[in-house]
Design a binder for this molecule. Structure first.
Ligand code: PLP
Length: 391
């Protein structure tokens, strides 16, 4: 089936955070936005059809999560990730970041330490600090653009600071790693040895390129199931982030009760009408669309890498094992972070994410969203190359 991912869909004037907010975010309107992680593709037809049918019903009262909704989630994770989920483990969240915030509030106290591995998706830091928890950073190790976990440093952190929780990003945004079974097992052993539980953000688990494979953290060691809370969503996978539907997988009964209590205290917990409809349709019928999309995204990455190799050899990109976010290294251009950021906006007229916002190790990098039609990517690369020529 032809999914025409090359088609450019006009997104301006749809209240799009990515396309309609340029002046406020970048200070000018003529930047090409390849920043926030949503894609410029239409959602799968099965999702659009299911939403249309629901709209046509015309009554939009309060909503419950049905057993069909749970079944759709369980089938997807069984078939795609060999993760067998019990129905009662599945909790709702408005979004993954919201779920992380609620879970942190539920199971930790102000002042408690939580580890994150930077450079990493920047809300991890804010979600910890805004709630008065203490941030501990275990920086990733980088060599020629490829990253690894520094487990020796992590063990010292565990010994000295005695945190009870860490946040794992798997696959990892922004550096594009899909952690191997060996790496995750070593991490799981450390967590078990030092009694650390894990908030595992696996929102990018469906964006994995061969030969890499995603391993749900909760499944690596039997002891980890009960000490892992996993956050997933169809939002990235099927480009429905604006429908705000995420799933928090909580096998541990005590954590689950604490999470539910926290949602109730905040008077939150019910999904809206459309999110679950889209989730169910996507997980049931979106697999073929996703498989085609993955081929297209990998093609975008190859196009980018080849362009850099031939036209812009001073800019390099990390290997993309997972996600659709390219991590570009501009350090050879010798700019400060501030001047790189200004140059990217005013000279290249590109709206990317600046590396330093991802924390330790992000300086000199920019994150580029490859979830766009190839002609848009080609336009972005021409803009970049023209700006480099003027340097
Ligand atoms: C690792 C990671 N977690 C969470 C999110 C956001 O999820 P949500 O919109 O469900 O809060 C993103 C979006 O870019 C992400 O990359």
């Amino acid at each position: 089936m032809d999914y025409s991912f090359d088609t450019i869909i006009e997104r301006r004037n749809t209240a799009s955070s990515k396309w309609d907010n340029l002046q406020a975010r970048f200070g000018r309107d003529d930047v090409l936005p390849l920043w926030v992680a949503d894609m410029d593709f239409e959602a799968p037809k099965v999702v659009i059809d299911a939403l249309r049918e629901r709209v046509e019903h015309g009554v939009f009262g309060y909503t419950i999560r049905t057993s069909a909704y749970q079944e759709a989630i369980r089938n997807w994770f069984m078939v795609r990730h060999q993760y067998a989920l019990e129905p009662e483990w599945l909790e709702y969240s408005h979004g993954v970041v919201h779920g992380l915030a609620m879970m942190i509030r539920a199971v930790t106290q102000p002042g408690d330490a939580i580890v994150i591995q930077q450079p990493v998706y920047f809300p991890f830091k804010t979600v910890v600090e805004r709630q008065g928890r203490r941030l501990l950073v275990n920086p990733l190790l980088e060599e020629a653009g490829r990253y690894q976990m520094d487990l020796e440093h992590l063990e010292r952190l565990f010994q000295n600071e005695k945190p009870k929780w860490m946040i794992l990003c798997s696959p990892h945004n922004p550096i594009g790693r899909v952690w191997s079974k060996e790496e995750l097992t070593a991490l799981a052993k450390l967590c078990t040895a030092y009694d650390v539980s894990v908030l595992s953000d696996e929102i990018h688990c469906d964006f994995v390129y061969r030969p890499h494979q995603h391993h749900p953290f909760a499944t690596l060691l039997p002891e980890m199931t009960d000490r892992t809370v996993t956050f997933v969503a169809p939002s990235k996978t099927f480009n429905i982030a604006g429908l705000h539907t995420a799933v928090v997988i909580i096998p541990n009964e005590q954590y689950r009760q604490q999470y539910r209590d926290t949602l109730q205290e905040a008077f939150m917990g019910d999904p809206d009408v459309f999110g679950p409809v889209a989730l169910e349709a996507a997980y049931r019928g979106g697999g073929e669309w996703l498989d085609a999309l993955l081929v297209y995204l990998e093609g975008n990455y190859d196009f980018l890498r080849e362009f850099l190799r031939t036209e812009l050899p001073d800019i390099s990109v990390s290997p993309l094992e997972g996600t659709y976010l390219a991590w570009l290294d501009f350090r050879k251009l010798g700019m400060t972070d501030e001047s790189l950021k200004d140059w990217m906006i005013s000279k290249a007229r590109l709206g990317l994410n600046t590396g330093e916002t991802f924390g330790v190790g992000g300086s000199g990098f920019q994150r580029m969203n490859l979830g766009c039609p190839r002609p848009i990517l080609a336009d972005a690369l021409v803009r970049l190359s023209e700006a480099v020529q003027q340097l």
